[in-house]
Design a protein. Structure first.
Lengths: 324, 761, 202
């Protein structure tokens, strides 16, 4: 690793100001489990790291029946998996957080970092001058694209690697972003960007922006949620495809619900056609088959990842079968 | 004791060595249940240093004034170095010296096909320069400041493409190693197919597998005047000594290689590393000890792998199950430098077949050179063979187990030699019983529901016999400690432990009186490199020979001390007694003998006309989620004939280990290479996936053998490799049994299952 | 099935732009950041010796040093304190061999900055033995043979220690989950599991 200066501000304001001033040469540093890896591989060599862990208090889980759930962005993933209220009321988030990496990494990694992590694409993380790093070629398109996206891609074809982001999208989460003096709240959907909007960033954060809080609405008492992640090994692996579902249900009738996917697109993804059907939806073998059939009809699978279309559709089946 | 020319079969070759062998013929030891220490659950000798963190591996060795070296490696798969500019790197604070082809002698490497620093770099990761600095971090940063101009050349990273490419010559002799395949035939293959009732043909493939031992390849070197001491994480101290001495144009006697503990090898540490020689050259120049350790990326690029395979098999059978003909064609990427990649050996030997033809192409590719990896050739070969054997059995409506029993062979089919022992039938029977073979799906894929289970099996054959020369010395010191010296290696395989057990058993003394010293070319007598499952069957008999000789020596000394003839004294539990029942213990004997109490023990010759092989069968029970494409291994039953069990616990552990590696090979391990740029895409331990605790199935290890009397004086066969050979094949057959579709390429990842089960999509 | 918006390159052999000719030997720094960053000369950082105050209690003993920010916790433990029981195997938080306890939690010491542990309490494998007596977990690993080459063993033991400290009577499944973040290339998992299970009773 190249040497760097370690800046340890105590307020968001000063952290944000510093980052903006350095114009990208300085990078925000939370748990560091993603950034350290990128630095060790010399993909990024920031001159300064701005430590967010001592900034104000961004480490909390607050639940209120009217306000819903508020999670500080610097909350460790292990604290999220240990939280009773998240386990009981926001189960998909609990399960998604539990699926991240391993225990030892969850003891360091933060939810903000998990949401903002960079893609796992071999070419992005290798010695390739790819589009996302400012070059003009996507090497995956004609190269190895087994793990890449089936929708939403072009000119870059990454998938967004975060598990928690998928659950948060299904739960209609909002993200609070601080930029020194200015704060704004955006929906999870608006937080992420697709490559045709910006092919070098996965989210809307600019230099100096810091994700400070995740806000989840209160879910009704008849709501259940879950997250399923399909991997090539049982732990310590990113999703081939993953699925989160939040449902308001009565027996085997879904009054309303939302399903989101990971591993299929450069951002956590929803299939609008599928979600539209989830109003007063009676779960039967037949209805599930029909539902999964309408998903990803207009996919753009690459040479090596057509299996993801099958897998994503099957995950709809699996998710709903688990409900009954 | 005499020097003899000794022959034994090993890894497809007849090996002849001239070495010292013992001529003592010892009575076969009784069955394990009658022995006190051998075969028992004795805790690992080196357990304490390892669990306490006190064990110093090569990686941990720190010498005063030590400097740190790192290697610059080619980012290109094939290129000529035009110039190297080290000026900026040299100016960095803390950088001491830099070596490259520009300022070092041409030291031949890779069987004279290249050099230590070759101007022509032939794979991503090929060495270009070596920097030594005050710290590892500085050396790493200095590497990035070396400016190299490369002339990039065309390249091939796939064996089949490389074979067809007439314009590119990776070596002068062309892209096929030796210019031709390794061929073998017996009987009349065409006639065999003609006489068959059913002929089937199919193609299978496996990927490059990378050893990735936990401890990286590393050396610490230090010169004392003209003598070089090398601490190396190696499976072959004498091999390293020889290679390093040759490279540095030194006498072997002036090179000492030491290895006390090592963090795994699996075959990747069987040869001397370029890094060791580079460190030695730098160390000599800067007159300081130098440490060089590879990082995980280098581990994946430059220190070996299991070749991949594309295999075309053709099987001819009669309706009654008789195998009439077997033909095998394979290609393998062996990397950029000469080595072997064939995988037809199991097909030639394990099932009875009079008409066999094999053709193995080892093909050069612009990728890291292959190195032996736990049962080279056999893991890939058995996967293809046992898959198509199952298919042949199904075609004639025969149970695959019955089919294998039908084609059971008592003798070796290549050399015509007798086996010293073969209990494969017992392995089949006991393994089948344990897994519940009777309850297997009669029709593959016939279960209802999304989760389908299946059972599959595969066989194993491997050279388990070892051979001379192998030595062990025993010296008893006046403090009553029995020192055993042997120039062998413990990779975690339990060598320390079995040596202590054998001495304790033969000398009938408590095991805590024994101190085992291995891995030092200066003080431990010659032992072979630890590969090919040769350590236990080579070293154990040598250790026994030494212990038996020490017993005789103690008797002789006791007789002298009691002033009587040797026939009037007897030995029991380390105590010599005379006819008057006076007793003297071994410690006292040593105190009373002037001079040293030392004996040298040697491995005896192998029996002429015989060949020693291990045999076995593994049975896998799997669960396939047909919605998600995931495979879960529920049970593995491993039934093996490996002669005598020396230590039940360490043996079980070895089998667990081989099975876990076989599981990894079956389900998740593969080097991912970008064909357009010739670069490895997953040179790390996250994208190169190895099994975790959560993949671990229930494993039952059944040893069907008691002792192989004819193999050696301990009745022992090697076990490291047998453990891994049949696992992937058994899993593949089990997956077929579960889902009714055969996956013919490893690893069996979810995408392959999903595409196989949904062909129209 | 979409392949690409880009014209296919008729020449199958492609060369990496910017790697090799005239550029630093092994790796590419991100060109995107290079263009965005202000031009801070490398020389300044090369001589930046980074003296940041740092204190850490390791195995009950407090250490105060001035260290460079880029030093990882594993490097501090191994190089500065000479506690070589903790191993570096992948140096990317991908294998678990460097596992130590930090403030009671198992962490990958190779994959965090030492400075991020400032003021905390670390326990390494060397800290488990006391008065020449092995910790029951270490004893169990010997009795049940939960190791082969031993290089991943300190990390395994520390994960077991962390697990049993938080949950003194884990189910089989909880044991496996607790140990899931430690790779063993020798494949000693069944006996590692047995060792942890045996340690529960002690």
């Amino acid at each position: 690793m190249q040497k760097f200066e370690y800046i340890q501000p105590s307020s968001i304001k000063s952290a944000s100001k510093y980052l903006r001033k350095k114009n990208g040469a300085a990078m925000p540093f939370a748990g560091g489990t993603d950034l350290l890896g990128l630095m060790k591989d010399n993909i990024f060599s920031p001159k300064q790291l701005v430590n967010l862990k001592k900034v104000d208090d961004l480490n909390y889980i607050k639940y209120d029946e009217t306000e819903g759930l508020r999670i500080g962005a610097l909350t460790k993933l292990s604290d999220i998996t240990n939280s009773e209220v998240i386990k009981n009321k926001y189960t998909a988030l609990h399960q998604a957080a539990s699926e991240v990496a391993t225990l030892q990494l969850r003891n360091i990694a933060t939810i903000g970092g998990n949401i903002c992590q960079r893609p796992r694409c071999f070419y992005f993380r290798g010695e390739f001058d790819c589009i996302r790093k400012g070059g003009d070629t996507c090497f995956a398109v004609t190269g190895n694209n087994k793990y890449h996206c089936i929708v939403g891609g072009g000119p870059c074809y990454i998938v967004h690697p975060s598990d928690t982001a998928v659950a948060l999208l299904a739960m209609d989460a909002k993200f609070k972003i601080s930029s020194g003096n200015v704060e704004k709240v955006v929906t999870a959907k608006d937080f992420f960007v697709l490559p045709d909007t910006d092919d070098m960033k996965e989210n809307i954060l600019e230099d100096g922006d810091i994700l400070t809080e995740i806000i989840l609405p209160n879910l009704s008492s008849s709501s259940i949620s879950s997250y399923i992640k399909v991997k090539e090994r049982e732990t310590w692996d990113f999703a081939l495809v993953s699925i989160a579902g939040v449902f308001n249900r009565n027996g085997n009738i879904i009054k309303d619900g939302k399903i989101s996917f990971g591993g299929v697109a450069p951002a956590p993804w929803v299939e609008e056609e599928v979600n539209k059907q989830l109003e007063n939806f009676k779960v039967t073998e037949e209805s599930i088959s029909k539902l999964s059939g309408i998903a990803f009809k207009n996919h753009d699978a690459l040479e090596m990842n057509e299996y993801k279309v099958i897998l994503a559709r099957n995950l709809i089946k699996k998710l709903l079968l688990n409900l009954v | 004791m005499s020097i003899k020319k000794s022959k034994f079969f090993f890894e497809e070759e007849l090996i002849e060595t001239i070495g010292e062998v013992s001529e003592e013929i010892y009575k076969t030891l009784p069955k394990n249940k009658k022995l006190k220490i051998i075969g028992k659950k004795i805790p690992r000798y080196d357990g304490y240093p390892k669990v306490s963190g006190k064990a110093k591996y090569t990686f941990d060795i720190k010498l005063p004034n030590m400097a740190y070296a790192k290697t610059l490696r080619s980012p290109f798969p094939n290129a000529i170095i035009k110039s190297i500019d080290t000026s900026k790197a040299k100016k960095m604070k803390g950088v001491i010296e830099i070596l490259s082809h520009e300022n070092s002698n041409d030291i031949k490497w890779y069987r004279d096909s290249s050099f230590l620093f070759d101007k022509h770099v032939r794979h991503e990761g090929d060495e270009v320069a070596c920097v030594v600095a005050e710290s590892e971090n500085i050396a790493e940063e200095a590497i990035r400041k070396i400016y190299v101009q490369y002339e990039e050349l065309d390249f091939e990273v796939d064996a089949n493409d490389s074979m067809k490419n007439n314009k590119l010559k990776i070596h002068e002799s062309g892209n096929i190693r030796k210019g031709k395949p390794d061929e073998y035939s017996r009987g009349d293959i065409e006639k065999g197919f003609q006489q068959s009732d059913i002929v089937i043909e199919d193609e299978f493939s496996t990927e490059i597998e990378i050893h990735n031992p936990t401890e990286v390849h590393c050396s610490v070197v230090n010169w004392e005047n003209e003598k070089l001491k090398v601490w190396d994480s190696t499976q072959g101290i004498f091999s390293v000594r020889g290679s390093v001495a040759k490279a540095l144009d030194m006498e072997e006697e002036n090179v000492q290689v030491v290895k006390e503990y090592m963090g795994g090898g699996f075959g990747s540490k069987l040869e001397a590393g370029k890094y060791t020689v580079m460190a030695a050259l730098l160390s000599k120049k800067i007159k300081r000890p130098v440490r060089i350790a590879l990082d995980r990326k280098e581990m994946n690029l430059a220190v070996g792998n299991r070749p991949d395979s594309t295999q075309r098999l053709k099987v001819g059978v009669k309706k009654d199950g008789t195998l009439m003909a077997l033909s095998h064609y394979s290609t393998a990427s062996i990397g950029a430098y000469p080595t072997g990649g064939g995988c037809s050996w199991p097909l030639k030997t394990i099932y009875k077949c009079d008409n066999v033809k094999t053709e193995d192409y080892s093909v050069f590719t612009n990728t890291g050179k292959a190195r032996p990896f736990r049962a080279p050739g056999h893991v890939q070969g058995i996967f293809a063979l046992d898959s198509i054997i199952d298919d042949a059995a199904e075609k004639i409506g025969m149970d695959p187990l019955k089919f294998r029993l039908k084609n059971y062979v008592e003798k070796d089919q290549v050399w015509g030699a007798e086996y010293t022992s073969k209990l494969l039938r017992e392995a089949y029977q006991q393994g089948a019983e344990k897994i519940g073979w009777k309850n297997r799906n009669k029709t593959p894929g016939s279960q209802s529901g999304y989760i389908k289970t299946g059972i599959g099996m595969a066989s194993q054959i491997w050279w388990g016999g070892g051979g001379p020369p192998a030595h062990a010395n025993i010296k008893i010191t006046k403090d009553g400690i029995i020192h055993v010296y042997s120039g062998t290696q413990d990779l975690g395989t339990g060598t320390y432990t079995i040596i202590s057990q054998i001495v304790a058993e033969i000398l009938e003394v408590p095991i805590d009186k024994i101190k085992v010293i291995i891995g030092d070319t200066d003080i431990t007598p010659y032992g072979p490199s630890s590969g090919g499952s040769t350590t236990a069957p080579s070293i154990s008999p040598a250790v026994r020979d030494a212990a038996e000789k020490m017993k005789k020596k103690l008797l002789s000394a006791g007789a002298a001390i009691f002033k009587t003839e040797e026939q009037n004294v007897s030995y029991n539990e380390g105590i010599i007694s005379n006819k008057q029942n006076n007793k003297i213990g071994f410690k006292e004997i040593v105190i009373n003998v002037s001079g040293d109490m030392i004996v040298k023990g040697s491995r005896e010759e192998n029996l002429k006309g015989f060949v020693t092989q291990s045999f076995g069968a593994q049975f896998a029970k799997v669960e396939v989620d047909t919605l998600l494409g995931t495979v879960k291994i529920k049970n593995i039953v491993a039934a093996h004939d490996i002669g005598r069990t020396l230590n039940r616990q360490t043996l079980e552990n070895q089998f667990h280990g081989g099975i876990m590696q076989g599981l990894g090979f079956a389900l998740m391990e593969e080097r991912i290479m970008d064909k357009d740029y010739g670069k490895m895409l997953n040179p790390n331990m996250h994208d190169y996936k190895i099994p975790t605790m959560l993949e671990t199935p229930e494993i039952d290890v059944i040893i069907v053998s008691e002792c192989d009397e004819k193999a050696n004086n301990m009745g022992v066969k090697g076990i490291g490799e047998p453990a891994m050979i049949p696992t992937a094949a058994a899993i593949a057959n089990a997956v077929y049994n579960a889902i009714g579709v055969r996956i013919k390429s490893l690893p069996i990842t979810p995408d392959k299952i999903l595409m196989a089960l949904n062909p129209k999509n | 099935m979409k392949k690409s918006n880009q014209p296919s390159n008729p020449n199958r052999r492609k060369f990496l732009k910017g790697v090799g000719t005239g550029i630093a030997g092994a790796y590419l720094a991100s060109p995107a950041l290079e263009t965005k960053a202000k031009n801070i000369s490398n020389e300044i950082l090369d001589s930046y010796e980074g003296k940041i105050d740092f204190s850490l209690t390791v195995n009950g003993q407090k250490y105060s040093r001035k260290i460079d920010p880029s030093k990882t916790l594993a490097e501090f433990i191994r190089d500065d304190l000479n506690l070589t029981g903790t191993k570096i195997v992948c140096n990317q938080g991908e294998c678990g061999s460097c596992t130590v306890l930090l403030n009671g939690d198992a962490v990958y010491s190779c994959h965090m900055l030492a400075l991020d542990a400032d003021g905390g309490e670390v326990i390494t494998v060397e800290g488990l033995e006391s008065n020449d007596q092995l910790h029951p977990i270490q004893e169990s690993f010997i009795e049940e043979d939960g190791l082969q080459c031993g290089f991943c063993t300190p990390g395994q033991i520390m994960s077991a220690y962390a697990l049993l400290n938080k949950n003194s009577n884990p189910t089989d499944d909880e044991i496996k989950q607790g140990m899931a973040g430690n790779l063993c290339r020798c494949g000693a998992y069944p006996k590692i599991f047995d060792s942890v299970k045996a340690a529960i009773k002690k």
